[in-house]
Design a protein around this ligand. Structure first.
Ligand code: GLN
Length: 278
């Protein structure tokens, strides 16, 4: 088979992606092509490359997320491996990182805990930034734990990051200076209405927050009181409408809200919790 002109192939791919409801189909077609070939003089595709691209385009028309097809997603300017077992790191969660860096600017936390670590993007990013800190990432999914451990090694912090499979903090009996949490918080009946990329392909266990979205917070927040060191802070991501409910839960658990941050879209997204003063 003769080489195909890239323009023709992209045109066909764009039409398929558009018909499948993918946003920015021309851009996505080009990005998928870049996964197949990375030459500067990209004018033609070999028969093999054309076939390879066609399989990627088919996956994308089934609304598989681009990050899962690429196997990687950038977060805080670092590339993280992602699979179907891990939530794809969101720009919203960069708000959480920014908040941690602000809070601990002059005094990095020695010990960090990341509950529901998934790809490990939170704890790994923090350990890359704070080279004297150690961290533990916990996830209920063994496969997610394997991805998190690979991401820790990928970014050179494998010797300071421990990844454990477990039920939140059930197996932990120590205290931490910083606990970061991005638990599943979407109410169950809203899942079906999310983009197909999320609803069909991302792990429900990482997104489904139970009937009212608070199921995991009810497990985690009361436990924070025993997990935080005296000056420790918990930095917790939440859905835009959950700020007040989460603050009440924190109050009931002997904690207080010492900070809050909106995401880049101006929605409530992160609360900072600490022990209540004497
Ligand atoms: N923010 C995610 C979303 O938009 C949900 C993440 C979560 O539940 N932790 O789908």
């Amino acid at each position: 088979m003769a080489p195909a002109s890239l323009d023709d192939v992209l045109c066909g791919a764009t039409a398929k992606l558009r018909a499948a409801g993918v946003e920015n189909p021309a851009r996505e077609a080009r990005l998928l092509a870049e996964l197949v070939v990375c030459r500067d003089d990209l004018r033609t595709l070999s028969a093999g490359e054309t076939r390879h691209l066609a399989t990627l385009v088919d996956r994308r028309t089934r609304r598989e997320p681009f990050a899962q097809i690429a196997g990687v997603r950038e977060f805080w300017s670092l590339d993280f491996e992602v699979t179907q077992d891990t939530l794809i790191p969101r720009p919203d969660s960069e708000t959480l990182i920014e908040c941690c860096l602000d809070r601990f600017e002059h005094h990095p936390p020695a010990r960090i805990l990341d509950l529901g670590t998934g790809s490990g993007c939170l704890v790994v990013t923090l350990l890359v930034t704070w080279t004297g800190s150690t961290g533990i990432g916990v996830d209920v999914s063994e496969r997610a734990c394997a991805v998190a451990a690979r991401n820790a090694r990928r970014h050179g912090v494998g010797d300071r990051a421990w990844v454990m499979c477990g039920d939140w903090a059930a197996a932990l009996d120590s205290t931490f200076d910083l606990v970061v949490v991005n638990p599943p918080y979407v109410p169950s009946d809203e899942l079906a209405g999310l983009d197909p990329e999320v609803a069909l392909h991302e792990p429900g266990v990482a997104i489904d927050g139970g009937e009212d979205g608070y199921a995991c917070y009810r497990r985690i927040v009361p436990r924070l009181a025993t997990l935080l060191s005296n000056d420790g802070k918990a930095v917790v991501e939440h859905g835009p409408d959950q700020r007040d409910g989460l603050a009440v839960l924190a109050g009931d658990s002997g904690l207080c809200v010492v900070g809050e941050v909106d995401d880049y879209g101006g929605r409530h997204r992160v609360l900072v919790l600490a022990h209540r003063g004497p």
